[in-house]
Design a protein around this ligand. Structure first.
Ligand SMILES: N[C@@H](CCC(=O)N[C@@H](CS)C(=O)NCC(=O)O)C(=O)O
Ligand SMILES: [Fe+2]
Length: 370
């Protein structure tokens, strides 16, 4: 079996899906936000359950879809411990193992392109991110990069793998898909046969332009790629909606909830709450409509049990999309149901908090508990 390799032409990024044939549990490495529908389609097509999203580093040229995949596919998120991706639920250190079905993925810390950059070994395949590219390597001139460290990571860690190990890079800018450790050891123009001093001299004279999206991508990737771009923050009253009682802004929802007029139901998944942050006091009832899932009887029963007669129900998700579906279902069940606009990201002061990990979350409540 070989990995599923997917390509994002805008950033020349490769994303990989690996899975266990029997259990269909899967891992995705370096998913790209613009490609989230493509990736969900691939999971559906192969009948896979996404267990992990994994990053090789905090990317400078594109935004990850890890946070979205936690939301839409129920995946847990993992990232290298040295990359400051504070929202990842698992912080991977050198030698750590992620399991999916009977398969394992092993983290190999390979600093150089960035200080936290990590490659992943699965069977005799290595996913090298931007540490080793085909006939190239990641640049070392930004994001805590170091040419000296990259030389050591390449020559002492990656080139110590068996020659027939397949190399799957994080990018290729010339249409090549994969290589082998043996071939890179023999003929990679930047590092093969070069001394440390020669390699450092090459890296220091590359003079590459900065990635076009670096200013936007790095901060977004430090919080799993979740961005704040829905609308409706300033509504003072509920706005009538079709199929449920209405849409409310976060502030009004919070007032109703605190006054005891409404029950607040958080429809995000457990993995996602862990990833993005909890809302203390909310009833947790996941709205699960993932690839291959039928209607969610647990949701119906939980909702009936949680909402006393005469009270409104407020549905909260991450961005205000699933909460609409959940509000419609709650209405079918006879409840007066409202969707919270912008969901967990409904920050009335969001311009001030944009890009700040652990900044404001649901009206001054602690953003992460437990
Ligand atoms: N031109 C690309 C950036 C390309 C780039 O700098 N890629 C990084 C990886 S994030 C790199 O290490 N490139 C190594 C190289 O091109 O040799 C963009 O604007 O996004
Ligand atoms: Fe990179």
């Amino acid at each position: 079996m070989t990995p599923i390799q997917l390509f994002d032409p805008a950033s020349s990024t490769y994303t990989y899906i690996l899975f266990d044939e029997l259990s269909r549990e899967a891992v995705i490495i370096d998913p790209v936000d613009e490609q989230v529908e493509r990736d969900l389609d691939a999971l559906r097509k192969y009948g896979l359950k996404l267990i992990w999203t994994v990053e090789t580093h905090a990317h400078a040229d594109h935004i990850t879809s890890a946070g979205q995949l936690a939301e839409h596919a129920g995946a847990k998120t993992a990232a290298p411990a040295g990359c400051a991706i504070g929202t990842a639920s698992v912080q991977l250190k050198d030698g750590d193992i992620l399991r999916f079905g009977n398969e394992t993925l092993k983290a190999m810390h390979t600093p150089g392109h960035t200080a936290g950059s990590t490659c992943y070994l699965w069977r005799n395949h290595v996913f090298t991110g931007d540490t080793l590219l085909i006939n190239g390597c990641g640049r070392t001139d930004f994001q805590s990069g170091s040419a000296e460290e990259l030389y050591r990571s390449l020559t002492e860690i990656l080139f110590a793998l068996p020659d027939d190990t397949t190399v799957w890079p994080g990018h290729d800018y010339r249409g090549r898909s994969h290589s082998t450790i043996g071939s890179e050891k023999r003929s990679n123009e930047r590092v093969a046969g070069k001394t440390l001093a020669e390699f450092v001299a090459i890296m220091h004279t590359l003079n590459l332009p900065l990635p076009k999206r670096i200013a936007e991508a790095v901060p977004a990737n430090l919080s799993g790629g979740l961005r704040h771009d829905a609308g409706g923050g300033a509504l003072a009253e509920a706005r009538p909606a079709s199929g449920y009682a209405g849409d409310v802004a976060a502030q009004l929802a919070y007032n109703w909830w605190q006054a005891g007029d409404a029950v607040l139901v958080d429809v995000r998944t457990d993995a996602e709450r862990e990833w993005v942050g909890f809302v203390p006091g909310a009833v947790a009832l996941a709205w699960k409509q993932w690839p291959g899932m039928a209607m969610n009887a647990d949701f119906d029963q939980g909702l009936k049990a949680a909402v006393p007669a005469g009270k409104k129900v407020l549905l909260l998700c991450r961005s205000g999309v699933r909460s609409i579906a959940a509000a419609k279902r709650a209405t079918e069940l006879g409840l007066e149901a409202y969707n919270i606009l912008e969901g967990f990201e409904g920050d009335p002061d969001k311009e001030a908090h944009r890009g700040r990990v652990g900044g404001w979350r649901f009206h001054g409540l602690p953003w992460r508990q437990g």
